[in-house]
Ligand binder design. Structure first.
Ligand code: ATP
Length: 419
């Protein structure tokens, strides 16, 4: 079947709109004209460090059959983007892409580049033209960067998100969600749905914190679980529309596995193994930092204040521990930890020897061995003795940031094949 891919990005602003809502409106308009989309619409999260993102750097795409109605579909898409985008915001620069046919290998490579690196509008335009995309730029048209990626990214792993939308007169007001029903939904549908609630912080994660049209969003491995979940969550305001998106959220698609610390670059996201160099320390503002190193170099790792209780876990690390960290290198050139796995714990501590009388000995001076303050016994050797200590952390175990601090792309442990 000949297919028309449609990509849309950068239509929203911090004050309103949401590209998913716009897509959902377009899909409804297409349906009214008897044009059905093929498969689920897609919500594709791109480079978490992209400069002009509003929130989660997400682009949207969907596809339809490229038949005699395709021109009407193109017109509807462009009209709706023109009508609904937040043009008043300087940083809203919508881009729409139409592409006919199969997604090629080079388009897939481009999409991964949009997750791993920065792409300029000029580069995206040149690339889009070279592969035969029809490009529509509004204002600066920055959205074409994400739109091309949104249609091109292969989804070897994916999740779904159900988004419900509010009536426009309620935008900006407190969302009327019955929190008890969210707890019940989580109890009944987790781990098929996930990221619903941060129990540590008593934080309802399905509720956005911005004035956007979304009432709530539920994330899941299956469409069935989303439908069950929607039936359980009760709300006290009208839901004018809802839509399920197929997405790369919570797949770790942003993470590149590297062999050593020196291979990592600023604004990239990685998985790397290193040895803890120093005891993690908390600084003003509540951020916690420590270094890891390997034969190629070292990097400062951070567990920031919003990661809350995760900092207690991180504080249990000690020099000599070998860990695998997952995260990204941000503005300050610090590795922002999303999760880590303990590879091996350093559970040995060196202490002064214990005297025959049972008292721990003290140093008798530099290179002068030890002496016992209780019975006066002396030993010549200055070698401390190894003692096995108890650790709160466990070998092989993964530890992650809480739900309230989770990145859209981060794979939570409940989705990982671990026991
Ligand atoms: P929301 O999460 O609410 O949908 P957003 O965070 O996705 O909003 P956008 O309005 O889409 O914000 O803005 C992100 C902008 O960054 C878009 O113009 C997109 O094309 C662009 N962009 C995406 N990936 C990259 C990249 N790798 N390099 C440079 N720009 C990018």
């Amino acid at each position: 079947m000949n297919v028309l891919h449609i990509g849309i990005d950068d239509t929203d602003s911090p004050d309103g709109m949401c590209t998913t809502f716009l897509a959902s409106q377009i899909i409804n308009k297409l349906k009214e004209n008897e044009i059905d989309i093929l498969d689920y619409p897609r919500l594709i999260r791109l480079n978490p460090f992209a400069r002009f993102k509003t929130r989660g750097n997400g682009g949207v795409s969907f596809k339809i059959e490229n038949d005699e109605k395709a021109d009407l579909a193109r017109r509807i898409v462009l009209e709706e983007v023109e009508k609904l985008s937040m043009f008043d915001c300087d940083n809203t620069n919508p881009g729409v892409i139409f592409y006919e046919g199969e997604i090629t290998g080079e388009m897939e490579d481009y999409a991964f580049r949009a997750i791993y690196e920065f792409i300029t509008i000029g580069e995206a335009e040149e690339f889009g033209k070279s592969v035969g995309c029809e490009i529509h730029k509004f204002k600066k048209g920055r959205g074409i960067i994400g739109s091309i990626a949104a249609i091109s990214l292969p989804l070897s792993d994916f999740t779904f998100e159900l988004l419900t939308y509010r009536s426009s007169e309620n935008y900006g007001t407190k969302r009327q969600i019955d929190y008890e029903s969210v707890y019940e939904m989580d109890k009944k549908t987790f781990p098929d749905t996930f990221e619903n609630i941060d129990y540590g912080e008593n934080y309802i994660a399905i509720e956005p914190k911005t004035p956007c049209p979304v009432l709530y969003g539920i994330r899941s491995n299956t469409v069935e679980a989303l439908k069950t979940a929607k039936g359980i969550v009760s709300v006290g305001e009208p839901v004018v529309d809802w839509c399920i998106f197929k997405t790369n959220q919570h797949t770790d698609m942003h993470i590149q596995k590297v062999d050593n610390i020196d291979s990592m670059k600023q604004f990239g996201c990685y998985e790397v193994v290193g040895e803890v160099k120093n005891k993690p320390k908390i600084i003003d503002g509540g951020h916690m930092f420590f270094y890891i190193f390997d034969e190629s170099g070292e990097i400062e790792c951070g567990a920031y204040e919003p990661t809350k209780s995760f900092r207690n876990t991180v504080s249990d690390l000690r020099p000599g521990d070998i860990i695998r960290v997952f995260g990204g290198i941000g503005e300050q050139n610090t590795f922002n930890i999303e999760k880590f796995q303990v590879i091996s714990l350093n559970d040995v501590e060196y202490k002064n020897p214990v005297c025959e009388c049972g008292k721990r000995m003290t140093s008798a001076g530099k290179n002068k061995g030890f002496k016992c303050k209780k019975c006066g016994k002396k030993i010549e050797s200055s070698k401390k003795v190894p003692i096995i200590i108890n650790r709160n952390l466990k070998n092989s175990k993964f530890y992650e940031t809480p739900v309230s601090a989770r990145r859209h792309l981060s794979k939570p442990l409940c989705r990982m094949d671990i026991n």
